[in-house]
Design a protein around this ligand. Structure first.
Ligand SMILES: *[C@@H]1O[C@H](CO)[C@@H](O)[C@H](O)[C@H]1NC(C)=O
Ligand SMILES: *[C@@H]1O[C@H](CO)[C@@H](O)[C@H](O)[C@H]1NC(C)=O
Length: 528
């Protein structure tokens, strides 16, 4: 049950304080009528811990939201699922950090949906306390969100803020679009929403409108609104042209208004949203990270301190305009370890606070580093090189070491070509990392072997630390790995067994020194 889903690459602890709020004491109940959502009080699994605690006012609000979330148990689950057209279920574990982050947002969404008179029963199941119930519902990890429609579940595909949860649930339960009927409603809507798609139609019918509705239902995160008066449309989307139908996307940033210019077809509308929904430069947060990582666009990441980023925002916005819909630009606060560290490690910069501009092509797994000054033209060149696929890929390398007099050569990313692939010698290469379990034993063996073979002109012993050095021709999964590169053919190194004795290794190396390499590929320890 440890499968992390949704898959946030990084875990945040910032919301851990809210754990205490999500388990606020509330009145335990017996079985209740599942049709009456308001009467379904959450059972509190921790009631014994805080028997007489007076809730604070903030806690009051959450308790109220909690109350409209049904706590599923052995008695009420079947009735709840069978007796309601829509049930939205959160599967969680009390100790799970990401469950704890999501629960207050889920509760807030439940409160909001309740106010909107949504016909969705919001429910949660403690998968640790009721493992059978959880697994019968299809909860396979923490946290899991599932929407049951007439008893059949579908996975959650929306965002993870409370607002995004509300939008998604409404989309999938019969209210994909909010209709705005008056100027007041429009102004009110603007106060609550900063990002939405607005449609202006003469009548709410016909093929164009049908495609608009289909797009609103299929999309997972953008709130759609509709109106049939251009006055109201003009409040929401000042760029509105007089001829309907009109579709526009509104965001809270410099590129606030984007007009849709194409034919009203569901797939084209969805593509338009996909190309335009992110800001010019997206600031990465715990909440939007899942969405950002899910994008398969080329991505340029800027790692900088917030002050520094303020200065860089404009040139990057300019670049983002140039590469709109093709490259996503993302800013990460370099001081936010949870978000920044995993990326910085990829570039060997985990201990640096200097501004770093990188790029990723998730389709090929390639990573790139902008090494020139951050001038607008260099940024633009970086973007266009990325787009054309002509940027040199980044490989980590330590500084070139002095190997003078060394029995065992230290190889780094930058010297792998010269000292291994282009060398005229046979090479025995040890690939190690600082944290690997058996590397030390192998290192000692290699030292012994180097001594044993000392003076042999055509054989060189070498080692490389794979945690800080990379090369496209060096792809190893286990550490330590010992490779024999025959002088005659460097393209197919032979794997040496790391678990045999030094003596056996010496015999093997002698054999390879005499025999043509291609007959002896991929020797494993089983063959010894
Ligand atoms: C759920 O079932 C009811 C009763 O059969 C039906 O009227 C309703 O349309 C169904 N809802 C969905 C979303 O299929
Ligand atoms: C080197 O080994 C590879 C893989 O077995 C083989 O395809 C290639 O022909 C060899 N090259 C030479 C020069 O023997």
């Amino acid at each position: 049950m440890f499968n992390p889903k949704p898959t946030s690459k990084v875990v945040s602890f910032t919301l851990i304080l809210l754990i205490s709020l999500t388990f606020i004491h509330s009145t335990p109940t017996d079985q209740q009528d599942a049709d009456d959502i308001d009467d379904l009080l959450a059972l509190d699994e921790q009631e014994d811990n805080q028997p007489s605690q007076k809730p604070s006012s903030e806690a009051d609000v959450l308790t109220k939201a909690q109350r409209i979330v049904l706590e599923l148990n052995n008695d009420n689950t079947q009735k709840a699922i069978d007796g309601n057209e829509y049930v939205f279920v959160l599967g969680y574990a009390p100790w799970d950090v990401r469950s704890a982050e999501l629960m207050p947002r889920f509760a807030e969404a439940a409160g909001c949906l309740n106010e909107l008179n949504s016909h969705v029963l919001m429910a949660k199941v403690d998968a640790e306390r009721y493992p059978k119930i959880a697994s019968s519902l299809g909860v396979k990890g923490y946290p899991t969100l599932l929407l049951f429609v007439n008893g059949t579940s579908r996975p959650y595909t929306g965002g993870f803020s409370s607002e995004e949860i509300v939008i998604w649930v409404r989309k999938k339960t019969g209210t994909p679009i909010i209709r705005i009927n008056s100027v007041d409603e429009a102004n009110d809507f603007l106060k609550k929403h900063s990002m939405f798609a607005v449609g202006l139609f003469d009548k709410f019918e016909g093929p164009d409108y049908g495609e608009f509705v289909k797009a609103a239902t299929t999309d997972n995160e953008v709130q759609f609104v509709e109106t049939c008066t251009s006055q109201i449309a003009g409040i929401l989307f000042p760029d509105v042209k007089s001829t309907s139908p009109v579709l526009g996307l509104v965001k809270s940033e410099p590129e606030r208004y984007t007009s849709y210019e194409d034919a009203f077809e569901k797939d084209k509308i969805l593509q338009f949203l996909d190309d335009n929904k992110f800001p010019l430069v997206t600031v990465l947060t715990e909440v939007n990270s899942v969405k950002v990582y899910a994008s398969d666009k080329l991505q340029v990441y800027v790692f900088a301190e917030a002050d520094e980023f303020d200065k860089l925002l404009e040139p990057f916005q300019t670049a983002a305009r140039t590469f709109k819909s093709k490259i996503m630009f993302v800013f990460v606060d370099i001081k936010d370890d949870n978000l920044a560290k995993p990326f910085l490690t990829l570039f060997g910069r985990e201990d640096s606070e200097d501004t770093l501009v990188t790029a990723f092509d998730y389709k090929t797994g390639a990573k790139y580093l902008l090494e020139s000054d951050l001038t607008p033209s260099n940024i633009e060149e970086f973007g266009s090189g990325l787009l054309k696929g002509i940027l040199p890929q980044f490989y980590k390398s330590q500084a070139i070491p002095d190997n003078k007099g060394a029995d065992i050569l230290t190889i780094v990313g930058k010297t792998f070509d010269d000292l291994v692939l282009s060398s005229s010698k046979n090479i025995v290469l040890e690939i190690h990392t600082p944290w690997c379990l058996n590397c030390e034993t192998t290192t000692k063996q290699v030292e012994k072997l180097a001594k044993h073979f000392k003076g042999l002109e055509n054989l060189v012993f070498a080692k490389i630390d794979a945690s800080v050095n990379e090369h496209p021709k060096l792809e190893v999964e286990d550490y330590p790995t010992l490779l024999f590169y025959p002088a005659s053919n460097k393209s197919n190194p032979i794997k040496l067994p790391t678990k045999s004795s030094s003596k056996d290794l010496a015999i093997l190396i002698n054999k390879y020194l005499k025999e043509p390499a291609h007959e002896e590929q991929h020797v494993t320890k089983d063959e010894l």
